[in-house]
Design a protein around this ligand. Structure first.
Ligand SMILES: Nc1ncnc2c1ncn2[C@@H]1O[C@H](COP(=O)(O)OP(=O)(O)O)[C@@H](O)[C@H]1O
Ligand SMILES: [Mg+2]
Length: 306
């Protein structure tokens, strides 16, 4: 299938520094892609270049099969953006600001769509309030509704849940999944790595304007994620079975720790070996691999092989 977005050799230089350096990225229809990286990495700049808020220095961008050099307008009509900064007119009501947004995108009035979004984002009771009366979390939800009201085929969520409470964050996650189920492509940037872990099909890691890695999330976690097995014994253990030799025993013989890297040997097999050797296992703790650790490892090494 043709990519929804294809960025080739994209660079952006500001007066003092390069915000993007020769970025290549291809986004497939219907995927949730998480773009991760520290503050100042270039995430918002990349999104801005696609959405027409940032003027690129060089490179090319194909959006929905159309080169933006050739037609910068019509493909962008099928894109939604939840910006990092809250930016709406405080004097319109919630409903009016959604109606206006449809107008900006050249779409006819669609009250059913507006009601559906207000409902989905728990804003129905605020529909006729001025946007300035909304709480921070509600403002963020309205931004999301605004980005979706014209039924875009590609949506950028730039830190969509910053300042949104935990419960609502989960609601938003299920809404994002629903979007994908309906065929919408989603590109997400986030500080909450749990969010990317939860939602993303693929992950890209960017730092200092360079895209260091793009990989399917499961494969990335398997390749660079570390699972930790910790076993406590009822009585001191003197020797480990050979299959558990990759782990380490505390000086008092009561605690065993093993870290699984790249899936081998597997925690399950190591634990099985402890049981098979009839060691006096009292308690077992498993810590799953975390995307946060993977991200830090990649950022530290400065490349995708970490
Ligand atoms: N309008 C601007 N003028 C000058 N520098 C900018 C501007 N916008 C962003 N930058 C710089 O470009 C880099 C990338 O910023 P940004 O894309 O916002 O990063 P991120 O979204 O990953 O935090 C940063 O170093 C930032 O300071
Ligand atoms: Mg940003």
């Amino acid at each position: 299938m043709e990519p929804v977005l294809e960025v080739v050799g994209l660079s952006k230089n500001y007066a003092k520094q390069a915000a993007l350096e020769a970025v290549n990225l291809s986004i497939s229809p219907g995927e949730i892609f998480a773009l991760l990286g520290p503050n100042g990495a270039g995430k918002t700049t990349l999104i801005g270049a696609v959405c027409g808020l940032v003027k690129k220095t060089s490179g090319s961008i194909r959006l929905l099969g159309i080169d933006l050099e050739v037609d910068p307008i019509s493909p962008r009509r099928d894109v939604g953006l939840v910006p990092q900064e809250i930016n709406f007119d405080p004097f319109f009501t919630v409903r009016e600001s959604l109606e206006l947004q449809l107008g900006y995108f050249g779409r006819p009035a669609d009250p059913a769509r507006i009601d559906e979004l207000l409902e989905a984002l728990a804003l129905s009771t605020k529909a006729d309030q001025p946007t300035r009366a909304l709480s921070g979390g509600m403002k963020r939800r309205l931004l999301i509704a605004k980005a979706l009201v014209h039924r875009p085929r590609l949506v950028f969520l730039d830190e969509p849940t910053a300042g949104v409470d935990v419960e609502l964050r989960r609601d938003l996650w299920s809404y994002v999944r629903k979007l994908r189920a309906g065929g919408t492509t989603v590109v997400l940037t986030t500080h909450y790595l749990e969010e990317a872990e939860e939602l993303a099909d693929r992950v890209g890691i960017i730092d200092k304007g360079r895209l260091l890695l793009v990989e399917e999330k499961g494969a990335l976690m398997k390749r660079l994620g570390e699972r930790r097995l910790e076993v406590h014994f009822r009585a001191p253990v003197a020797t480990l079975p050979p299959a558990a030799a990759a782990g380490s025993l505390s000086a008092d013989g009561l605690t065993f720790v093993f870290v699984e890297r790249a899936g081998a040997p597997a925690c399950a097999d190591v634990l099985g070996a402890l049981y098979a050797a009839s060691l006096p296992v009292a308690d077992v703790n498993m810590t799953p691999a975390k995307l946060e650790d993977v991200l830090l490892r990649v950022l530290r090494s400065g490349n995708g092989s970490a």
